[in-house]
Design a protein around this ligand. Structure first.
Ligand code: PLP
Length: 375
């Protein structure tokens, strides 16, 4: 099996797998008052501290969620319910994940006005357009930290600067970038940040949302989930401590190896790109060559039909993608590539390969051999 779809999800790292033992040994409800649940309380507090430290946030600003989708929904809930008295205008980048785009579409159906910030040919948000689109009644600007299809890193610091003296909350979907990129919410001026454990070798079904506490007085919010008092009365439901332990273990695993993994991925990515160029001289890279996640290659192979190629790759034991896993199965061209100015034909001939620390050059050699045989 040749797995090149790490943007869709990643395998559990050994410490995250070990942490799932909490399902057995430490099954207690973290809200129970007896001593047996103390270890669970400790895990919960420690993991919250770990996530906060990585983001340069306060622990009380971290809320555990079921993953990136819920965090994105909650970010919009925060701005749209908390700030609607100040305005009903939202800006999102044109290349957001469906977790953001569909949520924006929902609020548009509820009377909010949504505008889409265009991106340039490299897939990077157009700051001048963002400036033009920003209005006095804008309450939320949502721009992802890194795109899930083409891996482009967005100019978060410049957006944070632009919004520093504006009422709009700055949300970033950091599901793809968290850990591989160092994100400091204070330095970047971020108010809301979404992350998800299964993108960094943690378990599926667990993530977090950072909410800037300094703006809390603006929110005046009902709980995101109504019920018990978990997550400081803002998100009810029995706390999934084993998943949270898995998130913490995966975070630890990566933090100790961030530079090692990054340099390995950059080398593998360079090897994959040069191998693709030798095998398919007409191929072109989609997205910025340098402002991009270390593990992402999104390539247009003009003589291949992406969807067909994916089926043939699959039959040969290769797992790759043509974009968002949430949109796979669709034969439509990628909206992200179209927003970058690619033609329908180019978009339909594009494939995404996303690498993990466990991939090797010989796996890439094998991939190229298979691609040649089907190309
Ligand atoms: N945002 C981005 C950028 C993603 O890539 C994904 C998953 O593919 C999500 C949100 C959704 O995250 P989750 O699968 O944890 O709900």
């Amino acid at each position: 099996m040749l797995y090149f779809d790490h943007a869709a999800t990643t395998p559990l790292c050994p410490p995250a797998l070990a942490a799932l033992n909490y399902w057995n040994e430490q099954f207690y409800n973290v809200s129970a008052s007896y001593n047996a649940a103390n270890a669970n309380r400790e895990i919960l507090a420690t993991t919250r501290d770990q996530v906060a430290a990585e983001l340069n946030a306060d622990s009380l600003e971290i809320y555990f969620t079921s993953g990136g989708t819920e965090s994105d929904n909650w970010a919009f809930f925060t701005a749209c319910h908390g700030l609607q008295h100040k305005g009903r205008h939202i800006l999102v980048s044109a290349i957001e994940h469906p977790a953001v785009l569909e949520t924006a579409r929902f609020y548009a159906s509820q009377g909010f006005k949504v505008d889409y910030i265009p991106v340039n040919g490299d897939g990077i948000v157009d700051l001048a357009a963002l400036k033009d689109l920003l209005r006095d009644d804008t309450i939320l600007v949502s721009v992802m930290a890194a795109n899930n299809e083409v891996g482009t890193l967005q100019p978060l610091a410049a957006i944070g600067d632009l919004l520093a003296s504006h009422q709009a909350l700055f949300h970033t979907d950091a599901v793809q970038a968290f850990i591989s990129e160092k994100l400091d919410v204070r330095a970047l001026g971020i108010d809301l940040l979404s992350l998800s454990a299964h993108k960094f070798n943690g378990p599926k079904g667990i993530g977090a949302l950072y909410i800037n506490e300094a703006k809390r007085n603006l929110y005046n919010l009902p709980a995101m989930m109504k019920g018990g008092s978990q997550e400081r009365e803002r998100r009810a439901g029995t706390t999934p401590v084993p998943l949270i332990a898995g998130l913490g273990a995966a975070l630890d695993f990566h933090l100790g190896r961030r530079e090692e993994f990054k340099s390995k991925l950059l080398n593998l990515r360079a090897y994959l790109w040069s191998s693709l160029q030798s095998a398919f001289p007409t191929c072109t890279l989609n997205g910025s060559a340098d402002k991009r996640l270390a593990n992402n290659i999104n390539v247009c192979l003009p003589d291949l039909l992406g969807e067909e190629a994916l089926i043939l790759l699959d039959l040969n034991g290769v797992q790759a993608s043509h974009g968002s896993a949430c949109a796979s199965g669709s034969l439509d061209p990628s909206p992200v590539l179209l927003a970058m100015g690619k033609s329908e034909k180019e978009a339909l001939s594009s494939l995404r390969f996303t690498l993990g620390y466990e991939n090797t050059e010989s796996e890439i050699d094998e991939l190229i051999k298979i691609l040649r045989s089907i190309g």
